[in-house]
Design a protein around this ligand. Structure first.
Ligand code: BJ8
Length: 425
């Protein structure tokens, strides 16, 4: 990394030594997990570049945007509408929370038995290693699971610009009304942060930009239904992860470029795994960068992942927003409609999620489903049991995995995965 970046990180208040350590681990992990794969699409070169510059060039771009008066908003959840941020001349970035960091310090703030994702968000702040978090003008937390809601009460003392969005827990007319009120409150907060009033044109443009990103991901997903699989699950997951922090227009172009290449691969029957490779659908908690453990273990145990039923995946991207509204109010209604369909496990009851898993298993021709929950994540752990039962009743073999970010259980997981994959064969 160049000296320029060092001074940028210093200005952002990062702990340079700890940050170097993180980048080294990240670089080594990326090398071992991604770059060692065979026959990757050439278009993945773009994502390799993005990852190599994830704390460099992209942060520099964000800092340049800030110099020009644009605001940066960080988010931990797919319920935070990027369309509203873009419409008010702000950039929305996902805050990763996909690795353990400064755990001893973290456990002074949250109990040991808190999910790894929440702990990681504290670790990145306390360890001073996340330039995205430090570059933000506003960080949005959301009242989703109990862990997150309570954690934000503590995080607000560590992150001075934390804004908390309330979210419904039930898909009722009252729940929809709450979401609508919260989106209007968020719109006002963003407008007052940027000093820019959202107009019909700017909101429509924000909607179209995010829809284009989602459409590109839909195109990529549909190509994964082919056999042999034209792209690995790891590479597709990476595209879904980069979705959250790359420049939206550039991201859309890059994903479409990969799709052009994959279409040619499909015509030539060229896959990354043989036609006989068992195909699995991964379902459950979101996998934030650099949480690649489980997909890596699955694909190095002889299966290919053909879809992700996850917020870093199809749960987050599946629906588009209707952009035909002619007033700000109509467009806001369309946003509420779109986001209210997200079937996160914090909702009760949550039957749409099961239907979606079944539908995905069929569309992507999966031979089985691997349900992934982070340890101590009550919503997804609770849902995993009835989901397993319902899928098995439908003759869809299912494996339930509960894990965290450490590599301690890698050997044990691999043994279970190999046995499951053997069964799929
Ligand atoms: S819409 S899934 S991104 S809340 S893993 S912190 S649920 S205890 S992340 Fe999520 Fe929004 Fe829902 Fe999606 Fe809690 Fe579970 Fe931890 Fe989780």
């Amino acid at each position: 990394m160049s000296e320029d970046y060092k001074s940028m990180w210093e200005k952002l208040g990062l702990d340079l030594e700890a940050h170097d350590m993180l980048l080294n681990v990240l670089g080594k992990g990326y090398q071992d997990i991604f770059l060692s794969q065979k026959d990757r699409p050439e278009g993945m070169g773009y994502f390799d570049f993005v990852m190599s510059e994830v704390h460099g060039l992209r942060i520099k771009e964000l800092m340049d945007e800030k110099d020009q008066g644009r605001k940066i908003i960080g988010s931990y959840c797919v319920f935070v509408p990027e369309e509203i941020a873009l419409a008010a001349n702000a950039t929305l970035v996902g805050l990763c929370a996909g690795a353990d960091f400064a755990m001893e310090e973290v456990e002074k703030y949250v109990p040991r038995n808190t999910c790894a994702l929440i702990k990681s968000s504290f670790g990145f702040k306390l360890g001073k290693v996340c330039p995205y978090l430090e570059a933000t003008d506003m960080v949005v937390g959301e009242n989703t699971c109990d862990g997150k809601k309570k954690a934000y009460e503590t995080l607000k003392d560590l992150v001075s610009n934390l804004y908390v969005m309330d979210l419904p827990q039930v898909k009722s007319p009252m729940g929809r009304e709450l979401l609508k009120k919260e989106y209007y409150r968020f719109k006002e907060a963003v407008e007052s942060l940027t000093g820019k009033t959202i107009t019909v044109e700017s909101l429509k443009q924000g909607i179209d930009t995010v829809n284009a990103k989602r459409k590109a991901i839909h195109r990529l997903s549909l190509l994964r239904k082919e056999n042999p699989a034209p792209i690995s699950g790891l590479d597709a997951l990476l595209a879904n992860q980069v979705f959250f922090y790359d420049n939206p227009k550039r991201f859309t172009e890059s994903v479409n470029k990969i799709c052009d290449e994959l279409e040619i691969r499909i015509q030539n029957k060229q896959g990354v795994f043989s036609e006989k490779t068992p195909r699995v659908l991964l379902s459950g908690c979101p996998m934030a960068v650099p949480n690649w453990k489980l997909p890596w273990l699955i694909e190095s145990s002889g299966a290919v992942i053909v879809g992700e039923e996850s917020c870093v995946g199809e749960r987050g991207t599946r629906n588009l927003t209707n952009d035909s509204g002619r007033t700000v109010e109509e467009l806001m209604e369309a946003l509420v409609d779109r986001y209210f369909k997200v079937d996160c496990a914090i909702f009760t009851p949550n039957p749409d999620r099961l239907s979606h898993i079944k539908e995905m298993a069929k569309t992507y021709r999966a031979d089985g489903v691997i349900h992934y929950s982070l340890q101590f994540c009550q919503p997804y752990l609770m849902e995993s049991m009835p989901i397993e039962k319902a899928l098995e009743d439908n003759n869809i073999p299912t494996l339930r995995i509960e894990t965290d970010y450490s590599m301690e259980d890698a050997g044990q997981l691999k043994t279970r995965l190999e046995a499951f994959i053997e069964q799929l064969k």
